[in-house]
Structure formats: structure tokens, C-alpha cells
Design a protein around this ligand. Structure first.
Ligand code: NAP
Length: 525
């Protein structure tokens, strides 16, 4: 039997100053798919009885009433008692729930009387917010909440995504309906996965920038990107670790792929600050909680080396070991070796190249290749070219970086040669294949090219630009005009996402769906 859909409420906070605008936004929240609205009375410029009547007479959905002080993350300058009195007036006119900070509960007398009055139909949510970090005593805080509260809520600033996992601990142990949220970008999974752990509710903004707390997604993101309505207690969790991760296209690509494939899975952003300690803290927290069902990770800058170190050389593929970086982690479920590390960048790049050339990887042997750049992308590509015995010259602005690559990979394990040169030597390059691994020509500098305009590309040359935004760079346009074979960074980008998907799911990836998402996202930008 299919698991029941989560009953967790999608609550849309409304922060308009004008009561008429807020009333209009209530209808928009319902249209967008919200189950309830939170009326933030602290944002209202007019809290007269008339304004409250406008908001609370025949509302289009259940209403949560809130009025926060600055210390509680709100805008009201009123005392606790004054805010309680305002909320009491509102409760007499309507409202399904009213939120009041536990620390100010001593001043809530008037509100508690209004709630206790026969027929109020309104329930108390006792809340505790910490904007500085995760308090050590959260279970004790929850246990100490007002017994009169029907729902408990805690929200705290997240330092890393492991704080979202701590929020799930609270939800699992809760004895009454509970909301537990880790705020900020790092805490995002606590909002996306609130339904998986049976939270009473989660909050989603009506539009970008309209949220009432840091890290709040929009309702459209929760519903469409993260498939809120499809998340169940059994949903497998995947994600991208990086810093930053907000710009990543990976959540859009993998969630669309899961949807197309009908998998009960969701892919979330996992912002982890630089540093091996931060990376390891998250992995420890994940391994301690198998019930999160974390099944796979993409790893991006600056954690690829940390991932290799954590997974351990014995548990990574030979290519990841050769490159010194892991960009994909699989959670195996085997306590003896719970993590497996892969590098999909290497195969993704080399296959984008040989597919465009219409040949096999082995056909690269003896081909003369010019690699422009000596950073992370160049490293994976040079490792692959050397392995398939191409003869490579790395041209780089900082020659010493090119020399390091050459020293490391030249004729390694019987592979091809790797030489180093400065960028100024590029005009004299005699290569058959040119591969750009610099950001020159990337959005927004789309009128730049890593090869000088006067450089005459021979028609029989192959030109591969690893840049994927834009899909067709100036370098590729010039190459196509010269009659060269071209390969785009889009194919490399897609290949690595497809390989990750297959490593995690053991199924063929819905490549066309993933490609459509990439092109649409690039078009949006
Ligand atoms: P990286 O580690 O920062 O390396 C950047 C390289 O470009 C360095 O060699 C750097 O030279 C050189 N460079 C940067 N700006 C330059 C300039 N103005 N003039 C001359 N050289 C310059 O970056 P990365 O991770 O390798 O990424 C490089 C590019 O590869 C990205 O911009 C991206 O477009 C592409 N990429 C594509 C994919 C894909 O899936 N399609 C994946 C990863 C990367 P110095 O050593 O002198 O600083």
C-alpha cells in the first residue's frame, strides 16, 4: 500500500503592512497551494478592530495569528502584555491558532483568557526562537513549554545541515504536535523534509523575498521543485554539498529526474562551510541517523578533497584516487563500509569529447591536445587524457600550476605525455584538440575567448569548451565558423549528473528530462 501523504501543514506567512493587501494575499496563498496562512500582525500598519475584522471574517483558509517583538525576530515595539492584548482582540474575531513566545508567556494572561473562553476555537502554539545558533537544551526547552499549548514550535539558526537533522530528532521524539526548524540556508532541509518527519507545519513564502525568516523557501519551490506533496516517511534523500549551493542547478535536474522516473526521492541543497571538520560533522550526523534515508550526495567546491579523505582511499574508484577528488558519494547501507566515493567529472568530460568526435576513448592515444587552464576541471581532464595516452600541453596563466599538473601526470602509469606552457605560448600551439578549462567566455563575460581572435583554428581541429553557461560560447562559435568539430560544456555537465543518478539508483537516467531542465534553467538566467 502506498504510504499516506504527509498531513504537515504548508503555512504561508503574510507580512503586508496594509490590511487590504494582506487580505488579498490570503487568497493568493490558497491559490498557490498553502494549507493555512500566518498573519504577522507585527508587520501591519493598522491593527484596529476594523482591520482585524477585514482579515478574520470568512477567511479562505485556517489562520495562524502572530505578533513578534524585535527580539523574537519581528517588528513590534509593544510589550509582551500589549501584544497579548492585541492577539486576544484578534482571537475574539477568529483565528485557528495563535503563536506566542514561551519566554514571554508570563505576560500572556489576557491572551490565555481569550483562548480559554468557551467557543474561541483557537489553539495556542508556544514557540522559542534562537537567531544565534542551536541551543544545547532543545529537548528541555520543549518539555518546559506551556502545558496549555496545543502545538510546540522551536526555530534556531543553523550552522550546518546537521542542525536540520537535529530538528528531525525533536520531531521524532515529540509527544505533541511540533514544529522544529533550522533557519538559514544551511537549515533548508528542515523545511523541505518537515513532512517526512510528521511536523505539524512548515513555512513557505508566497514569493521570493517575501519570507518571514531566513532560509524560507517559496511555496512554488516547495511544491514544484521539491515535490512537497509527494514526500512520504520513506522518501529517500539526496543532496548537493557545497558552499555556496544556492546557485546550483543540481536540485532542479535531479528532482525532475526522480519525478520523471516515479521514484520516491528528493534532492536538497546542503550548504556546508569550508573545512574538513564541517564536512565530517555533517557526515557523522548523517551516518548516526539512518532513518533520514540519506542515500547519495553530489559534492562540489570546496569539499571534493574533503570527500575523498572522508570516504577513504579504499572506498573510492581508481579515477577519483588519481584525480584526488570525489564528486559523488553513495551511502551503501553496509556498516563496514558505509560510504563509496566516485568521480564522475573525469568520465563526463572525456565522453563529451569523444562523443562529439564520433570515436572511442582509446582513439585519443597519440592525439595532440592543448588544455587551457590548470584548475580543478583541467585536472580531471588531464588525468583522463594521460590515462588514454593522448599527448597534452597545459597552457596556463600561472605556469607553475601547469607545471605541477605536468609533473604529476606526465607518462604516469605508462600514460601519455603532459607538458606545461604559459598562456603567451598559446598562439604557437600545434594541437588537434583544444579544450578550454578556464572561465574565460563564461556568463556574463560572453564576449571573451580564451584563444586570441587572430588564432587560426584549422578546420580539422576539435574544440571543446567546458563552460556550460552560455551553451555556445564565443570560442565555440568561432570554431564552428572555422569548420571545426565542437563539444559543449553542457554535455559534460549532463554526463556527470547522469552518471551520479545511475550510481545512486542503479537505473538508466532520464537524460532528456535532465537536459531540458538544464537548458530551461540556463534560459531563465
Ligand atoms: P579553477 O579551479 O578556479 O581554475 C580556473 C583556471 O582558469 C585556472 O587555471 C586559472 O588560471 C584560469 N583562469 C581563470 N581566470 C583567468 C583569466 N582571466 N585569464 C586566464 N586564465 C584564467 O576552476 P575550475 O573548477 O577548473 O573551472 C574552470 C571552468 O571549467 C569553469 O569556469 C567552468 O566553466 C568549467 N567547468 C565546467 C564543468 C561542466 O560540467 N561543464 C564542470 C567544472 C568546471 P590561474 O591558475 O592562473 O589562476
Amino acid at each position: 500500500m502506498a504510504p499516506a501523504r504527509s498531513r504537515t501543514l504548508l503555512i504561508v506567512p503574510l507580512t503586508q503592512a496594509d490590511p487590504a493587501d494582506m487580505r488579498e494575499a490570503m487568497a493568493a496563498a490558497v491559490t498557490a497551494g498553502g494549507d493555512a496562512v500566518e498573519l504577522r500582525l507585527d508587520y501591519l500598519a493598522d491593527c484596529s478592530d476594523r482591520a482585524l475584522e477585514l482579515l478574520l471574517t470568512d477567511p479562505p483558509c485556517p489562520v495562524l495569528l502572530t505578533c513578534r517583538s524585535a527580539a523574537e525576530g519581528g517588528k513590534s515595539a509593544a510589550t509582551g502584555a500589549e501584544r497579548a492584548a492585541l492577539l486576544a482582540r484578534a482571537v475574539k474575531l477568529g483565528g485557528r491558532w495563535v503563536d506566542f513566545e514561551q519566554a514571554a508567556m508570563g505576560q500572556a494572561g489576557e491572551l490565555l483568557d481569550a483562548l480559554a473562553a468557551a467557543g474561541s476555537g483557537c489553539e495556542l502554539i508556544a514557540s522559542a526562537h534562537d537567531f544565534d545558533g542551536r541551543p544545547d537544551d532543545l529537548p528541555a526547552q520543549l518539555a518546559g513549554m506551556a502545558p496549555a499549548a496545543a502545538v510546540n514550535k522551536v526555530a534556531f539558526a543553523a550552522a550546518g545541515p546537521e542542525d536540520a537533522w537535529a530538528a528531525f530528532d525533536l520531531l521524532r521524539a515529540a509527544e505533541k504536535p511540533t514544529i522544529a526548524l533550522a533557519m538559514g540556508e544551511a537549515g533548508m532541509p528542515s523545511r523541505i523534509l518537515a513532512g517526512k518527519f510528521g511536523a505539524f507545519g512548515t513555512f513557505a513564502a508566497l514569493a521570493p523575498g517575501a519570507g518571514s525568516a531566513p532560509g524560507q523557501p517559496t511555496i512554488a519551490e516547495l511544491k514544484r521543485l521539491y515535490r512537497w506533496d509527494a514526500i512520504t516517511p520513506q522518501t529517500k534523500v539526496f543532496g548537493v554539498i557545497g558552499c555556496p549551493v544556492g546557485h546550483s542547478m543540481s536540485p532542479a535536474i535531479h528532482n525532475a529526474a526522480f519525478a520523471a522516473d516515479g521514484l520516491d526521492a528528493v534532492y536538497v541543497p546542503l550548504r556546508i562551510e569550508p573545512g574538513a571538520d564541517n564536512f565530517n560533522r555533517f557526515i557523522d550526523a548523517a551516518l548516526e541517523r539512518p532513518w533520514v534515508h540519506l542515500a547519495g550526495l553530489s559534492v562540489t567546491i570546496p569539499h571534493k578533497e574533503n570527500a575523498l579523505a572522508r570516504v577513504g582511499a579504499d572506498n573510492v574508484d581508481a579515477l577519483a584516487r588519481a584525480i584526488g577528488a570525489v564528486n559523488t558519494i553513495v551511502f551503501t547501507g553496509d556498516p563496514a563500509a558505509p560510504l563509496r566515493g566516485i568521480n564522475t567529472d573525469y568520465a563526463a568530460a572525456i565522453d563529451a569529447l569523444v562523443t562529439a568526435m564520433g570515436c572511442e576513448r582509446a582513439d585519443l592515444a597519440g592525439r595532440r591536445v592543448a588544455v587551457l587552464g590548470a584548475g580543478g576541471a583541467a585536472r580531471a581532464i588531464v588525468a583522463a587524457l594521460a590515462h588514454y595516452r593522448a599527448d597534452t600541453t597545459v597552457y596556463n596563466r600561472t605556469v607553475s600550476r601547469a607545471e605541477r599538473l605536468a609533473t604529476e601526470f606526465n607518462a604516469r602509469d605508462g600514460g601519455g605525455t603532459v607538458a606545461a606552457a604559459g598562456r603567451d605560448e598559446l598562439p604557437r600551439a600545434e594541437a588537434e584538440i583544444f579544450i578550454n578549462c578556464t572561465p574565460i567566455g563564461m556568463h556574463p563575460n560572453v564576449n571573451a575567448s580564451p584563444l586570441p581572435a587572430e588564432f587560426a583554428l584549422p578546420a580539422e581541429a576539435v574544440v571543446f569548451d567546458t563552460i556550460y553557461n552560455p551553451a555556445e560560447t564565443l570560442l565555440l562559435r568561432r570554431a564552428a565558423a572555422a569548420g571545426c568539430t565542437t563539444a559543449s560544456g553542457i554535455d559534460m555537465f549532463l554526463n556527470q549528473a547522469v552518471a551520479q543518478y545511475q550510481a545512486w539508483t542503479q537505473r538508466p537516467a532520464p537524460r532528456q528530462t535532465m537536459r531540458d531542465v538544464v537548458l530551461r534553467k540556463l534560459g531563465d538566467r
